[in-house]
Ligand binder design. Structure first.
Ligand code: DGL
Length: 291
């Protein structure tokens, strides 16, 4: 199986590369993709953006693989038809580690995925003890296991599948943060100390929600580690595919938000989203069928 760290798209059509003001759709199950959106916007501030959250099906980490593939294809069908993006970023490890081949087969649009940053983690560790913090879905994927075998063969990788952390990140953004003890307990399994004195020194943030909690994770860690966030690498991949912003390009257009349920959209969350440039939000309803 070919492994591409950024699960990058095949090159975009030549006519598209360098086109002014491309439309980029950034997609996640909920709010985690905002961490990727921020990095991509910094790299292409002139582009038009749609941020789409499938909150009707959140969290993806609990969905079975066949259900998740079908769900993402259905939602993408609607999003592509409505917004006609030039490029889509699947800003979700849980989806990207599973659904990219089916998306590329179904749509002509180029897709960039976000997958666990195992390679930079293996390059950064000194102790050889790396932890991968992700949803239970991402931790179980054969894609993830293949990444580890390919890039981190010489490391001891601890897989930590967190059932709650993505929800905690959403709560943080909505102004209802969980307490320190709860958060510390959720990340505790990432921190391994061996009898020979070696300790985990790198933690992969393999769910796009987790960087939303980074300042708190740093404060609660039992010892300092390097937290690897793949967002900057994803932004570089987008620029590689579509080119950089023209020098005289307009900057910082506002982002259109689209959610499939909208039940998460409380007033404090709307204020958080507005502070991140998402002032205009539509509910493009697509309920998750009964499981
Ligand atoms: N943000 C998503 C990821 O990167 C997943 C959160 C979820 O829906 O479980 O994996």
């Amino acid at each position: 199986m070919r492994i591409d760290l950024m699960a990058g798209a095949s090159l975009a059509p030549a006519a598209f590369r360098g086109a002014p003001e491309p439309t980029i759709l950034v997609f996640d199950s909920g709010l985690g993709g905002l961490t990727v959106l921020d990095a991509v916007r910094r790299a292409r501030p002139d582009a038009r953006y749609i941020y789409a959250g499938d909150d009707a099906a959140f969290p993806y980490g609990r969905l079975g693989e066949a259900t998740l593939v079908a769900r993402v294809l259905t939602v993408m069908e609607q999003l592509v038809a409505t917004h006609r993006p030039d490029l889509v970023v699947i800003a979700c490890n849980t989806a990207s580690t599973l659904v990219l081949p089916a998306l590329r087969q179904r749509f002509a649009t180029p897709f960039v995925g976000v997958v666990p940053p195992i390679k930079p983690a293996a390059e950064a560790t000194r102790s050889g003890l790396v932890s991968l913090l992700a949803t239970p879905g991402t931790v179980a994927r054969s894609y993830t296991h293949n990444l580890i075998a390919t890039y981190a063969g010489s490391c001891a990788v601890t897989l930590v599948g967190s059932p709650n952390l993505a929800g905690f990140a959403e709560a943080e953004l909505a102004g209802t943060p969980v307490d320190d003890a709860t958060l510390a307990a959720e990340i505790a399994p990432c921190f391994v100390a061996e009898p020979d004195g070696r300790r985990t020194d790198v933690v992969c943030l393999a769910c796009t929600h987790y960087p939303l909690l980074l300042p708190r994770l740093e404060a609660l860690a039992p010892w300092p580690v390097a937290w690897i966030d793949p967002a900057p690498a994803i932004a570089r991949r987008v620029v590689q595919l579509i080119g950089g912003a023209p020098r005289d390009a307009a900057r910082d257009a506002s982002v259109h938000g689209a959610f499939t349920a909208g039940t998460c959209l409380t007033a404090p969350l709307r204020a958080s989203l507005a502070a991140r440039g998402i002032g205009e939000i539509a509910v493009e309803a697509l309920p998750l069928p009964m499981q």
